[in-house]
Each structure stands twice: as structure tokens, then as C-alpha cells.
Design a protein. Structure first.
Lengths: 194, 194
DNA sequence: GTTTGTCTAACGAACGTTAGATAGATGACC
DNA sequence: GGTCATCTATCTAACGTTCGTTAGACAAAC
């Protein structure tokens, strides 16, 4: 069984509300910043009822990360759509990160969870790892025919992740905008001289 | 009063033990992953005795971050030592990050705390912000005469921060080694054509 | 005698989790 | 159509654990 968008479960409406609330809290403060009582208040039920939808917190965490991964990749679109140039795709990737911070007002989920990987329940840290694997896969494909595309993809993702942390800590969301030309230029010249 | 290495307090031996233990735990799992009871067990006293050295947890957090900042900058050395080239200094910066992950086996402190900035006690998030300000200052100076040195410094720091998160989540510490040539090359060409 | 550092003991709060009751909807069988 | 059983989703109530924090006693050092 291959995990991914195909494995998307059909959550009930209330379960989706819970996932959404949990994502916001998790992106703000990490895995331990989410409590069943807070989630219950967020969606208007009692904490024991939240356990009805997600019995274990670790499974709730995994569900949040997998849903986030699907949504993020869905936002990016196809990595090999012919109508888009390589530079279009890199810019789209940057937009994904910019959107997370400036629109949602909270950092990328896996930016937060990735940093505390060592302390997460294994099932959650595996989901986080899978986020990066899939995102690097998307980027690698988006870069097209290019030797060392995967290494470059890892570098691009890493840069965006870190820029988000710095932008957050310094309260300078502009940093994520400034990063775009650096990355576009890097990709451009890697394609010229591989 | 200007904060920084000059403000270094003279902690007792036991207080230093506590700071060290707290740093390791904080780097592994974030601010909330540190408990007074765990710290007490780490250094062989009771939790109430830890409160004798650091009455409030937020102040303990601030102390840990400030000590970490001083140590990190101390490791980097002078940013304008004439015997070192600009590229030497960039490599030294990369080594600082590599050392954190491969030697200490835990990520950079401010990589973890920066990601959860929104949920930290203000006194701690200010200390984290100050870490980045000082580190960017060091890097900016290290880059020497160069228009846009500060922007480039922010970009370098951000890249290293993010590479650490990705390296951690994917369990590929090699990523931090691979990042070095990217950064050295970027600096080299920015100095050629500013 | 004051200071320094540790201890025991306890406080109220928050945590994840569970058991069991309850109400409403759904569907099967006569 | 009416009855009964099951399923769904919530509730109240509570369990034991951990948390940061505090009060106050105690011993050694200065």
C-alpha cells in the first residue's frame, strides 16, 4: 500500500473541524501545544468527544500532517505541467511558503514539527519525514532534466524552511519574499552549467 | 545597558549544570520539553532546588538561549580577523551548524525555539530574536565590504537553519555538509557582481 | 548569625485517556 | 406501519500523571 493522496480518508464534518483546529495550534506551538480540551472548545464539543473521532493523540498528529501534506502538494499543482516553465514552478514553490506565513499567519507545519522531530511520537515524525520526501520529489520533478536535481531540490526546500523560521523569529515576513530571487537565480544558473 | 557577552553572569557550578541539561532537552524537544523534575534528576537534586537557581521557567529559558548565543558566537571567532578570508569565515559558519548536529546530536537551539516563537514566553522569544540579530551581524561583518551584505547574511543563516531542520527530519546529516559549497559559491559570485 | 543550598511536602492546574450513560438516527424484521 | 436493535455522536464524571510553583524546615559554610 502506497501512502499519499490516494489514501485520503473521508472524515466526518466534525472530524475535519478538529483537524483544522489542531493544525492551527500545532503550527503555532508544536505537537505538545495541542490539547484535547482546547480542541474541544474550538469545535464546540467536550474533550471526550474529540477522543471519539481521534482516540490517540499520536494518530491525530499523523492525520494532521498527512492532510497538510496533501493540501500543500495540491496547492503546488502538477510539477510537470508543460504550460509552466521551470522558473514558474520554483516561484510557485516560494508562493506556497509565503502563503503559509502571510495568509495563515502561522508557519509551515513541518517547519515546526521537523525541528522537534527527535521528541515526536514515531508515527508523527514518520509523517513529517514523508512530507519532506514528497515535497522534494515534487521539486525534483519540477526542475526537469538536470543532473543533481534532487540535491538542488533538497537545497531549495531547506532554504525555504529556514527562511520561514528566521522570518518568524525576526518578525520579518519580507524575508520570504526576498528569498525568491536568490532561488530563481540559483536554479537558472544550475541549469546553464550543471 | 547593551546585552551580549559582556552581560555574562557568573553562574554557580550547579547552575551551569542545570543550564547545560536544560539546553540539551530544549534542543531536543523545545521549551515545553523541559521540566524542572527532569532537570532535577539530570543534575542530582530535587525540583524545588532547581527553582532556587532559576525561580521562573521563562527566565531559565532566557538564560539558556543567551548562554547558547554567547557560546555559538565564541565558536565562530572574530568576524573580521585579517588572517581569515571571507570564504574561510563562511565555511566556519557552516561548521558551527555541522558541529551542533553531528557532535551534539541535537539541532541548533534557535532552530527549535525559532519555529515555536509564537508560543514562547516573550522574554524567551526576545532572546531567540536576539540570537538571530547577533548572528546576522557577525555574518554581515564577515562578508566584508559588499553592498547588500546584510540581506545576504540573512539568506545564509536562513539556509543553514532550514538545512538543519531538513537534515533532522530526513535523518540525513550529510545535507549540512552538502550545503557548504552552495553557500561558498553564492558568496563568491555575489562578491564578483554585487 | 546570616547566607547558601538543599530537602520534604504540598498546592492547584492541566494533561491524555477511559467508562458508562444518553439521545437521536438508521435500518431490519414482522 | 410499527417495533426493536444497532450505530453514531455526544455527554458527565472521573482516573492517574505530570506540570510549575511555593512554604518552611534543616544543615553546612562563612
Amino acid at each position: 500500500m502506497i501512502p499519499g493522496p490516494m489514501g485520503k480518508q473521508d472524515y466526518s464534518e466534525k472530524a475535519l473541524e478538529i483537524l483544522e483546529a489542531a493544525e492551527v495550534r500545532m503550527r503555532r506551538g508544536g505537537f505538545d501545544a495541542v490539547s484535547y480540551r482546547d480542541l474541544a472548545a474550538d469545535v464546540g464539543i467536550k474533550s471526550s468527544s474529540v477522543h471519539y473521532h481521534f482516540p490517540q493523540k499520536s494518530e491525530l498528529g499523523r492525520a494532521v500532517v498527512e492532510r497538510y501534506t496533501d493540501n500543500f502538494l495540491s496547492f503546488l499543482g502538477a510539477p510537470d505541467a508543460p504550460k509552466n516553465s521551470v522558473e514558474d514552478r520554483v516561484r510557485r514553490l516560494c508562493q506556497g511558503y509565503q502563503h503559509a506565513l502571510t495568509h495563515d499567519k502561522v508557519p509551515c507545519l513541518c517547519c515546526v514539527l521537523g525541528a522537534e522531530s527527535l521528541d515526536l511520537p514515531p508515527v508523527v515524525s514518520e509523517a513529517v519525514s514523508n512530507f519532506f520526501v514528497r515535497l522534494i520529489g515534487w521539486t525534483s520533478t519540477a526542475l526537469g532534466d538536470l543532473s543533481g536535481a534532487e540535491d538542488l531540490a533538497k537545497h531549495l526546500i531547506s532554504t525555504l524552511q529556514g527562511t520561514m523560521v528566521t522570518a518568524l523569529a525576526l518578525k520579518q515576513p519580507q524575508l520570504l519574499i526576498d528569498a525568491e530571487p536568490y532561488l530563481v537565480r540559483l536554479v537558472r544558473q544550475e541549469r546553464r552549467s550543471p
